[in-house]
Ligand binder design. Sequence first.
Ligand code: GLN
Length: 413
Amino acid sequence: MAPASSITKPRINKEELFNLPPAMQSRSRFRSHRAAAMTESVIREMSRVANRYKAINLAQGFPDFEAPLEIKASACDAINRNINQYPITWGAKPLRDAIAAKYKHHYELEFDPEREVTVCCGATECMIATMMAILDPGDEVVAFEPFYENYGPDSIFCGAKLNLVKLHGPEWTFDPDELRKAFSPRTKAIILNTPNNPTGRVFTRQELEAIAALCQEFDALAITDEIYEHIVFDGAKHIPIMTLPGMRDRTVLISSLSKTYTVTGWRVGWVLASPDLSDSIRKIHDFLTVAAAAPLQAGGVTALAMPDEFYAGISREYQKKRDMMLGALSDAGFRCYSPQGAYYIMTDISGFGFPDDITFMAHLAEHVGLVGVPGSCFFKDPESGAQNVRFCFCKKYETLEAAKDRLSKLAGS
Ligand code: GLN
């Protein structure tokens, strides 16, 4: 552990850690209120920081191992078969059919591929298109905190107010009274991310019922981010809130190829919603990006046809990696919140005595050669996450072994 004298005076500051260019005040005439209200994504910044320090990157959540061969081959083959022109804006028909078949198989949910399935450029665009389709300036949207940082800018895009409800550690549960207080007659939607990034929480049926009841009482929608749906541990089960009574047409379900099939760079996601909602979402999507990449949509058809054993294998493998990293981080002095799903471990760094997460991360990058995500970026008030750091474990065993090795040197750094 760093001696107290060195940690109160960080050797590199935030600007140096992120290597940011100077703010361009003089050009503010050409900077919209939207742009001014946003900061750069800390998650994405950390990949740059890792490159700069040649550090092991356990920050931005993407695997460093291969996607399944048949999925890659299918996309390459699609290019060679000349699937290189615009697909239908809301998704190539074979992919929309495959998505509908998957949800029928896994969740007994039925969708009309012609009117209820929209393919976008990753869950990121799905969320922006959905929120822009539903929310007007002055509307309110509820989300749980800590939250995946994109939901903040997504709300800014729409001019909507984000009302946050605390998930309380160490279990990361919400207080039903606090949730109720976040709803108002102006509330159009709640964003629900389960399995949850960054906490690893998988919401229970009882919790989902409480959320569904409020959606119905306040005539609000549930917009779900279910991209970690197939990464669940210790027998936990992912339940789409859309399967609950009364929620079929009150939910916009978002997921993607990225995390399940190890293709985060493909940017192929989908939105499932009733025809009236899909109609608005499709229009926004069309004018935002026209379509997701055609050959990668073809690769997606192969991905979605993977057998049941493939999905069981994902959770089994990631559970081993979770356990390995829980051990390594705890041994190094982190207090860990054990995740029930997704591929992140949220930690408490207060045992190290650093003033905040950024200072700690600067130390970790420079002297230990490892980066995670400073926890403050998952909170509206950075103070709330100033003693948290998130590490991902979606890496090869050898990368995790190397990280473990470096972590063991943290005490002496
Ligand atoms: N979901 C990933 C994370 O939280 C990153 C996604 C992205 O950068 N688009 O690390």
